[in-house]
Design a protein around this ligand. Structure first.
Ligand SMILES: *[C@@H]1O[C@H](CO)[C@@H](O)[C@H](O)[C@H]1NC(C)=O
Ligand SMILES: *[C@@H]1O[C@H](CO)[C@@H](O)[C@H](O)[C@H]1NC(C)=O
Length: 331
């Protein structure tokens, strides 16, 4: 056989076929949420909802008649998303409130505003996240990646729990990622980046924090009528790596464009976990493709979860007053 022919066949077998299978796999396993749930009279907050999965999650809630609070950092982009949602759904009850998860004071201001102006909160979707790679620190002295993906949402949830509890049955939904299964947490070094392959592993680590946080939160919320669940949205086209142009992230971005599912498809599990009647009272569980999935072993380490919890309280400087809003007696 001609050498060029052999080369061609090799490329076909080793590169193209796996790609085709990956594409088929992603297409065939993507599930849609068909829960016929009406949300009139309910209020939902979705963080990072001006774009991507968050946008389609907010859009879905608005279609169902909910009051939707778009909790975003960029006012102009959020207003634009709001108008699009109102136009698409005819639901005028969509509002923008500004929050920057990389700032503890911004989260506190946001939570205070919501707590004072809203009578109820039925759904909180901790959707916003970022695949930061620069190991920069925020004005609060926290690792940017940890603060946006874990400390910020942790504080936000703590400060809104009172309102969620008053509105029970209510749900807290946190968007993690299957990347969490390769995450490792060094509790003595929570605020520092990992040393190996830094960026991707940092992302895995913060996403593991989302899982541990949810498992512990669900335990603490037993008996309050508030549930906490976490999910992997699937392999979704997203621009969360756009600020981190390294060789690896560029390759991933190209793969995303070619193979990953749409952001609308990516919002399905968030919506399912937030509203499905099948999940009444279900808490502390992990979902993917609108179904239960298994937590990675490390995420079930309750001792680790408790340490992470306590350290998170310290890092976000939770005050005694703020702790008084805890729904649970501090055990
Ligand atoms: C929320 O408001 C209630 C009173 O309506 C208050 O008791 C509580 O401390 C507030 N919580 C936060 C986190 O501001
Ligand atoms: C966490 O903090 C609480 C008190 O705030 C304490 O009782 C508990 O022992 C701590 N747990 C761990 C694992 O550090």
């Amino acid at each position: 056989m001609e050498p060029w022919l052999i080369a061609l066949i090799t490329i076909l077998c080793c590169v193209t076929l796996p790609m085709v299978f990956l594409k088929l796999y992603i297409l065939l396993t993507a599930r849609w949420n068909y829960s016929p749930v009406c949300l009139v009279g309910k209020t939902a907050i979705v963080t990072g909802s001006n774009i991507g999965i968050g946008y389609y999650t907010a859009l879905d809630f608005a279609k169902r008649g909910a009051k939707v609070i778009l909790a975003c950092r960029n006012a102009a982009k959020a207003e634009e998303a709001k108008l699009k949602i109102i136009e698409a759904t005819g639901n005028n009850n969509v509002i923008v409130k500004i929050v920057d998860l990389s700032s503890l004071s911004s989260v506190r201001t946001f939570a205070k505003d919501v707590n004072e102006t809203e009578d109820r909160l039925d759904i909180l979707v901790n959707n916003a996240g970022a695949g930061c790679t620069d190991h920069c620190y925020t004005a609060d002295g926290l690792s940017m990646s940890m603060q946006i993906n874990h400390f910020g949402p942790f504080l936000l949830t703590m400060l809104l729990i009172d309102l969620l509890k008053k509105s029970a049955p209510s749900r807290i939904v946190t968007v993690s990622s299957s990347a969490a299964s390769v995450g490792r947490i060094n509790v003595n070094n929570l605020n520092a980046p990992s040393r190996i392959f830094t960026n991707m592993f940092d992302y895995a680590n913060v996403k593991l924090c989302n899982l541990l946080f949810t498992v512990e939160l669900a335990q603490k919320l037993v008996g309050t009528g508030v549930t906490a669940n976490v999910l992997h949205p699937g392999m979704v086209k997203s621009d969360f790596l756009k600020d981190t142009p390294t060789f690896v992230t560029k390759l991933i971005s190209i793969a995303m464009k070619l193979f990953y599912k749409s952001t609308e498809a990516g919002a399905q599990t968030s919506v399912y976990v937030a509203i499905s009647k099948d999940l009444k009272g279900v808490s502390g569980k992990y979902f993917a493709e609108c179904a239960y999935t298994t937590l990675p072993r490390l995420a079930e380490d309750r001792a680790l979860a408790k340490v992470l919890w306590n350290k998170s309280e310290e890092f976000v400087k939770l005050t005694v007053d703020e702790k008084q809003n805890y729904p649970f007696t501090i055990k």
